[in-house]
Design a protein. Sequence first.
Length: 191
Amino acid sequence: MDVSTDILSALSLINSGDVTENDLYFIFDQCNQTIQNNQSNISSCSEIIRVLIFAINALMLEAVKCQINHATLIRSLQDNGLDCSTNKFKLFENFIEKSMRKLYHNISNLELEPNIRFKDLEWSQMLDLKSSNGENIRKKNYIIDIIGSKPSKDGNNHSTTDSISMIFSEQGIQDFYVTIRDCMKNVEHYI
């Protein structure tokens, strides 16, 4: 597995004097919260801690995507020049071994059935009459309604309609289209 240089440089912080063993335990706990899909509050943490949490989570997800185990992942880090012989890195290695098992379990038992099923998409142009000068009229804004249906909670075959409305500028709607198109290409690639 090719590990990005950004992830490698972030992981090299594990061996720095700026990160203590207690910091590592906190980082591992936050990463575990992410694996278990719990909310974690890291906004008050130092930048080094946040960078390491992000790097470790990104590394594990990339390893799962490439379908490699923890031993191959550690070997890959060594091959990319990371010092894996320190005590702090051994703590990281133990964490990766335990967490990769949890992550593989969670992903293999993942239910890809959404609560809301897509039904329709409606759009309309929005005019701002309060500030309608020539320039504002040329800048188009759109309202997009994404309409879906939810199965009823009482178990019968009826469903309720639910919708989400979003306002987009002309550039925003183009960006939204490109994002959706790229997501569809990625989904097709992995399927």
